[in-house]
Design a protein around this ligand. Structure first.
Ligand code: GDD
Ligand code: MG
Length: 351
């Protein structure tokens, strides 16, 4: 499932779909694809829509990853269940075989084979990975009975009945996918799953509290990238991180700069003397000049942070330029190519 627009991650997702944003040096999706391969998955159907061609450019026929990848594109996005139904034209398995469906924006180290085993044991229509979060309001809350049967789907509720949520990884019995209405927008979470429940279908929750993150917001994107670099989340395709920093090819870090906390220093990045970069993601070609400070932020491709600028919890779009002495905090987002003059933005600390 890789057709979403990634609106909460704009401006990063204006040019690149969320699943293809680089995370610890490779597209976010690659962590999940290689984990699936290690679990025994051999063939993957991509349900694409937004910027569909970029997925083919990134993964081609999948052989680079030891997978067979095929693409099915929606002209107009069909919603989560509509996308599954549409992509099912490319499935090759039999009606009672299990089909694994993954949201394309998740980092998860849960055991796919244990989820499949739970599905087979219960002979379920659908088996969902469920995980526990502190605040379920941004997710789909999924209460279950003691025997594991799903009782309800309560999507993005201000008052979730449980903090056990849909973790965005499903096993479907193949024939159940054929019950999704074709050729129209259908939401899995709001429409299809509740309809299945109402029909009495067996929907099972597979609860596992392994590392799990929905990389849907800038804060989550930064956290996930740092977790990959620090090793809190393990991925088959992350290597070479040392002392909490991953430095990619051709990057230069001045000797007196301080860089750490899980930071990714992208290809060709330059970090000047006495700059401080903590728990951040610097996309390829970004420049952090001497004495600048960057904390928990994402710096887009080729963006420039000038001397003495301070950035905490912000996103800087590709090619933007932040003039000297600016202070950008607290979720601020700068659009690609914007040039902020010197000392243009400061925060009041005495308000
Ligand atoms: N092909 C296609 N077409 N893909 C889509 C479409 C569509 O119309 N809409 C969304 N997707 C893809 C997105 O690209 C993403 O990979 C996945 O479906 C989920 O969409 P998100 O937009 O990230 O959903 P969410 O995070 O708000 O909520 C979903 O995931 C949560 C767990 O991360 C829901 O499934 C929640 O119930 C769940 O808790
Ligand atoms: Mg999501």
């Amino acid at each position: 499932m890789v057709g979403g627009q990634g609106t909460r991650l704009r401006p990063l997702t204006l040019s690149t779909p969320k699943p293809l944003l680089p995370m610890a040096g490779v597209p976010l999706l690659e962590h999940q694809l290689t984990r699936a391969r290690e679990a025994g998955v051999r063939r993957i159907v991509f349900a694409t829509s937004y910027r569909a061609e970029m997925f083919h450019e990134a993964f081609g026929d999948g052989s680079r990853l030891g997978l067979e990848i095929v693409y099915v594109t929606e002209e107009e996005p069909l919603g989560t269940a509509g996308a599954i139904r549409n992509a099912s034209e490319a499935l090759t398995c039999g009606p009672s075989d299990p089909v694994l469906v993954l949201n394309g924006d998740i980092l998860s180290s849960h055991d796919l084979n244990a989820q499949l085993a739970a599905h087979r044991k219960a002979d379920a229509a659908v088996t969902l990975h469920l995980t526990l979060v502190e605040d379920a309001r941004r997710y789909g809350a999924v209460p279950t009975a003691p025997n594991g049967r799903v009782l309800a789907f309560v999507e993005k509720s201000p008052n979730p009945p449980t903090n056990q949520v849909n973790a965005g990884c499903y096993v479907f019995r193949r024939s159940v996918i054929d019950e999704i209405p074709p050729d129209r927008v259908v939401s899995a979470e709001y429409e299809f799953f509740p309809a299945l429940l109402a029909d009495g279908a067996v929907i099972i929750g597979y609860v596992e509290a392994a590392y799990w993150l929905d990389v849907g917001t800038p804060a989550a994107f930064v956290r996930g990238a740092c977790d990959l670099v620090n090793g809190a989340m393990t991925s088959p395709v992350v290597s070479g991180a040392e002392h909490g920093v991953l430095v990619l090819d051709g990057a230069f870090i001045a000797p007196s700069a301080r860089v750490g906390g899980g930071t990714t220093v992208g290809e060709g990045v330059r970090i000047g003397e006495k700059a401080e970069v903590e728990s951040s993601v610097l996309f390829s070609g970004a420049v952090v000049e001497s004495g600048a400070r960057v904390v928990r932020s994402v710096i887009g491709r080729g963006a420039r942070i000038s001397s003495g600028a301070v950035l905490v919890d912000v996103v800087i779009g590709d090619g933007a330029s932040i003039g000297p002495g600016n202070e950008l905090l607290n979720g601020l987002r700068v659009w690609p190519g914007v040039e902020l003059p010197p000392m243009a933005v400061r925060f009041s600390h005495d308000a």
